[in-house]
Each structure stands twice: as C-alpha cells, then as structure tokens.
Design a protein around this ligand. Structure first.
Ligand SMILES: Cc1cc2nc3c(=O)[nH]c(=O)nc-3n(C[C@H](O)[C@H](O)[C@H](O)COP(=O)(O)OP(=O)(O)OC[C@H]3O[C@@H](n4cnc5c(N)ncnc54)[C@H](O)[C@@H]3O)c2cc1C
Length: 317
C-alpha cells in the first residue's frame, strides 16, 4: 500500500496500529507528546532506582487475537504473570516485564517515532493531512491520520469533524490520582493486591511483588477512587499525598511518615466509564481515524483491539 500514515499517540492502540501497518508495507510515523512510549501502560523510575507502574497495574487477556499477540514476538518476551494469590480471580493478571511499558517499548523500537511531539492541530491540505507540532507546522503531509489518544484529546484535535464530534460526545472517561510510595521497613500487609471497599483509595498494588521486579525494595502504588479523584482533581500533588498517604499507611500497616520516595500522579483521563461501542471512528473523508481503549472499554485489551481494527480497516481500503 503506497500511502503515508501518521499515528498520533504511542500507547497500546497507537503502537499496535502502527506496527501492523508497517509490517504490511505502509509508511508510518508515530507522534508522541511525552518523552517515552507506553501511554497509560506507564512506569515511573525515581532517580534512586525505584520503579512504579503508576498507570495500568496489570491487564487481562480474553480474545484469541490478543492471546496470540501476547504469546508471540515482542509481547511474549516482555509479559509475565502476576501471582496475586487470589482464588476468586477468574483469569490471570498479566504484567509487562520488567516494566509495564516494556512490551510497548519493544514494539516501538522498530517504528519511526517522534517523541516530545505534541500535535496541536490537524488540517486538510490538497486532499491530504498536515500536522502542527507545538504550534510549528510539520513539513510532511499524510494520506491518513490515526489519532490514538484519550477521547477528550481526540476531540480537541478533530473538532472540525461533525461525525467524530457526535460519536466522541457519547464517551466518558474518569480520572485517577495515583500515589507512588516506597517504604524502608517492609509493610505489614503482605498481599500483592488489596481492593478497599470504602474510603478514598480503591486499589492498592505491591508493585515489587510483580514478576521481574526487585522484590527487595518494598514499592507500592495506590489508586484513588474515581469519585475521590474527580472531587479532588485540581489538588496540588503535595495535597493529594497528604490526604492519601495516611490512608495507604493504615491499610498496608506501615508507620513511615517520611518514606524514601513518595509522589502523586494525576491521570485526567484514566479509565473508560462509557465506551463508544465501536472499534474505531472514521471522519467524513474516511481518511482520519480515531482509536483507543475508549472505543470498546476500560482496558489494555480494548486499546489493543481498537488499534488492530483501525489498522486492518486502513489496509483493506
Ligand atoms: C490508573 C490507571 C489504572 C488502570 N488500570 C487498568 C487495569 O487494571 N487493567 C487494564 O487493562 N487497564 C487499566 N488501565 C487502562 C489502560 O492503561 C488503558 O486502557 C490503555 O493503556 C490505553 O491505551 P491507549 O493507547 O488507548 O491510550 P493511552 O495509553 O492513553 O495512549 C495515548 C497516547 O497519546 C499521547 N497523546 C495524547 N495527545 C497527544 C497529542 N496531542 N500529540 C501527541 N501525543 C498525544 C499520550 O501521551 C499517550 O501516550 C488503567 C489506566 C490507569 C491510568
């Protein structure tokens, strides 16, 4: 296929779409606003070497296609099973290994990617698409563009399309404050995962208990509930820490007031509460596409399915 495609966003959806297109001979360039790839399959490294998967803590696999993908090639070399010791669990919890973002980094290594490249405008030019990066026009033009970002960010770039705007308005994504803490004295609570039923924190992971992590460092990630995160969305990180840290300490049985590392990260668009109900969106010209987890549901597998579907649609045109 003799076409040039730009993919905006280097999360699971964007990197999946770009990889499939490139494998099938399409010329693809990925643009990512951050300094690394993975999107919400994210890992933060502290200067002192602590690692926190502060976005998706794990993912599940249901579809044959995703199962096949995660068992072969770049995914297979970077995926492990997280033994969470929960007999009620219906399916395995998979993690990127050694970091959550590792499988996406491995895939991305084969792609042409522009990092630190925030796209601020997409415009039509002579029947093709031009891009503006941080208010500077990018010289190349593309036959097709895939915007693989959270729904609100897709909307910001594609307001000129009535069709996309209409379908995007159905989607709802909730925020999440994530608290990242390492402790010196191993915390009393030993379980890899804890899901409090009440209070501001709704999920706790002992990050250091995952496959491929340094288990000698006791490292925790807690997610505030969607309701607490929404109410406290505009807090400073320091204030989020002062609210959430004592709660985490009481649950995991730690008394450390000044841990070696602590920070808070706000995900403004973390989880999909209402999906579009279709694998991807397409504008009136059938050459501008939107993809991401929000198309199908709240998880890594949904993002993968969306990226795969949009690539297959482009290849079939
Ligand atoms: C706190 C939290 C907990 C989660 N828990 C789970 C879980 O337990 N299980 C699970 O399966 N999933 C979970 N998820 C969801 C999972 O992380 C997502 O479903 C998946 O990673 C989404 O991938 P994506 O490619 O659709 O979007 P993203 O990962 O968001 O990727 C979009 C990319 O686009 C980039 N971008 C956006 N706008 C622009 C622009 N203008 N220019 C250039 N680049 C841009 C972003 O920087 C980002 O890298 C969780 C997410 C969070 C945040």
């Amino acid at each position: 296929m003799n076409k040039r495609v730009a993919v905006i966003g280097a999360g699971v959806a964007g990197i999946t779409a770009a990889s499939i297109l490139q494998e099938n001979g399409v010329s693809v360039t990925v643009f990512e606003k951050s300094r690394g790839v993975g999107g919400r399959m994210a890992t933060r490294k502290s200067r002192t070497g602590y690692e926190f998967d502060h976005g998706a803590p794990f993912f599940t696999v249901h579809s044959p296609s995703f199962l096949n993908t995660t068992q072969t090639g770049n995914w297979a070399n970077h995926v492990g099973v997280w033994d969470v010791n929960d007999p009620d669990k219906q399916v395995p919890y998979f993690v990127g290994e050694p970091m959550m973002k590792s499988p996406i980094e491995a895939l991305a290594a084969k792609l042409k990617i522009s990092l630190n490249a925030r796209i601020t405008k997409i415009h039509r030019t002579n029947g093709k698409w031009g891009l503006t990066i941080e208010h500077n026009d990018h010289k190349d033009i593309y036959d097709m563009v895939v915007v693989a970002a959270p729904a609100f960010q897709v909307h910001q770039l594609t307001r000129f399309s009535k069709r996309l705007t209409g379908q995007l308005s159905q989607v709802n994504m909730t925020p999440c404050w994530a608290l990242l803490v390492s402790v010196n004295t191993p915390a009393h609570h030993r379980g890899p995962v804890f899901v409090p039923k009440t209070g501001p924190i709704s999920f706790i992971a002992r990050n250091s208990s995952k496959a491929g992590r340094d288990s000698k460092r006791d490292v925790w990630v807690a997610h505030a509930s969607p309701a607490w995160s929404q109410t406290n969305l505009e807090l400073d990180p320091e204030d989020a820490i002062s609210h959430l840290h004592p709660v985490l300490n009481s649950i995991i049985g730690s008394s450390e007031a000044n841990p070696p590392y602590i920070s808070a990260h706000r995900w403004r668009y973390a989880n999909v509460a209402q999906a579009a109900g279709t694998p991807f969106l397409k504008d009136e010209t059938a050459s501008l596409f939107a993809a991401g987890d929000w198309c199908l549901g709240p998880g890594v597998e949904h993002a993968f399915a969306s990226g795969e579907a949009v690539a297959q649609s482009i290849l079939s045109t």
